[in-house]
Design a protein around this ligand. Structure first.
Ligand code: APR
Length: 348
């Protein structure tokens, strides 16, 4: 995924370049500026002294010194003053100019903090939206394949309303508890009469194994049933994906860009009828195509996965799809609030 939102300390990122939210003097400060200078060591400040400062919205590049990153790109975000003084344009310019500096050095990977959203007071949600939109637009337009991370450091970076949080918490509690109750009864039953040797289905959970065995047993009892069951598997994940893109009247590019899947991965999928994607990739496409919950489960099954009520991530995704909400930002707000991996991103 060319653009990923992750939770981390940017000084720990193993990327070609990290971006510093600096001030016009480029002589260090607090927040992420302070953290980067501390981690890089005194050489960074010495080089910054030679740059003669930096205009707001502009970006300058230095070596990374003791950091994992080879380069540090210093950019100066706008100070929030109500939103009517060109702050949005200046903030977008920070991301664009920083990406230009990275491309000039041939960087394959760059990590950004959420510029201006700390000391400079930019409202976090708007700062996040501008960061996402500017980075995605740059990646769409540039033919330079670059992996861009937006590194969030604190929970305030994502906000989810109190009532949405409460609603989802109870949605999770209902299902999460139910799943664990089922597992308990099933384990009790399974220990008394294990229908099949535990190893027969490898890592498939007992419940799924019994369900699978159940259907397999009934299908074996009626050969035509097994034949019918086997015939159902002829539409693969790839075929369903391409069929849904056509049904939605989307182009391939519209679909994979909305799913935040890079071009190379999509062409790999398109050219392999039996491609086995990761679960996160299937979910990203389900959201991009705005599939119903049943269609999502069907696409997951074709890739060998299922939504599980023993995973809060899955329950939250199920909540949004069953409520017809496909906005990745909104879903990520909630996933972040529940300390879950984000869609289109991964934890460190
Ligand atoms: N890794 C990633 N993000 C971080 C880290 C870190 N180690 N430390 C802080 N952040 C986040 C903050 O939580 C915030 O979301 O970086 C974002 C930007 O906050 P600031 O660092 O305060 O930067 P900014 O709001 O752009 O203000 C710049 O602050 O530090 C001074 O010298 C700097 O004067 C300049 C001003």
């Amino acid at each position: 995924m060319p653009f990923q939102i992750i939770r981390n300390d940017i000084t720990q990122m193993h990327v070609d370049a990290i971006v510093n939210a600096a001030n016009n003097s480029l002589l260090g400060g607090g927040g992420v500026d302070g953290a980067i200078h501390r981690a890089a060591g005194p050489g960074l400040l010495a080089e910054c002294r030679t740059l003669g400062g930096c205009e707001t919205g502009e970006a300058k590049i230095t070596n990374g010194y003791a950091l994992f990153a080879r380069w540090v790109i210093h950019t100066v975000g706008p100070v929030w003053s109500g939103g009517r003084n060109g702050e949005a344009e200046l903030l977008a310019a920070c991301y664009r100019n920083s990406l230009e500096r990275a491309a000039e050095k041939g960087c394959d990977s760059v990590a950004f903090p959420l510029i201006s959203s700390g000391v400079y007071g930019y409202p976090k949600e708007e700062a996040l939206w501008i960061a996402e939109e500017t980075i995605k637009a740059y990646l769409d337009e540039s033919d330079h394949d670059m992996l861009v991370f937006l590194v969030l450091f604190d929970k305030e970076s994502f906000s989810v309303s109190e009532e949405r949080f409460a609603e989802i918490q109870s949605y999770i509690d209902d299902r999460y508890a139910e799943e664990h109750a089922n597992l308990r009864t099933m384990n009790a039953a399974a220990s008394s009469k294990a229908p099949f040797p535990a190893g027969l289905f490898g890592s498939i959970k007992q419940k799924q194994a019994s369900a699978l065995c159940g259907s397999a047993v009934s299908a074996m009892a009626a050969p035509s049933g097994l034949e019918r069951a086997l015939n159902q598997i002829d539409e693969s994940f790839t075929e369903m994906l391409l069929r849904k893109i056509d049904e939605r009247g989307m182009t391939d590019a519209q679909c994979y860009k909305k799913a935040n899947i890079d071009r190379k991965l999509f062409s790999k999928i398109r050219s392999d009828k039996y491609y086995h994607p990761k679960k996160a990739t299937v979910i990203a496409f389900a959201l991009s195509l705005e599939l119903s919950l049943d269609e999502t489960k069907d696409m997951l099954m074709k890739a060998g996965f299922a939504l599980s009520h023993s995973s809060k991530f899955d329950i939250i995704v199920e909540y949004f799809i069953s409520h017809g909400i496909y906005d990745i930002m909104e879903i990520n707000n909630t996933l972040f609030a529940f300390d879950q991996m984000l869609i289109g991103g991964y934890d460190k």
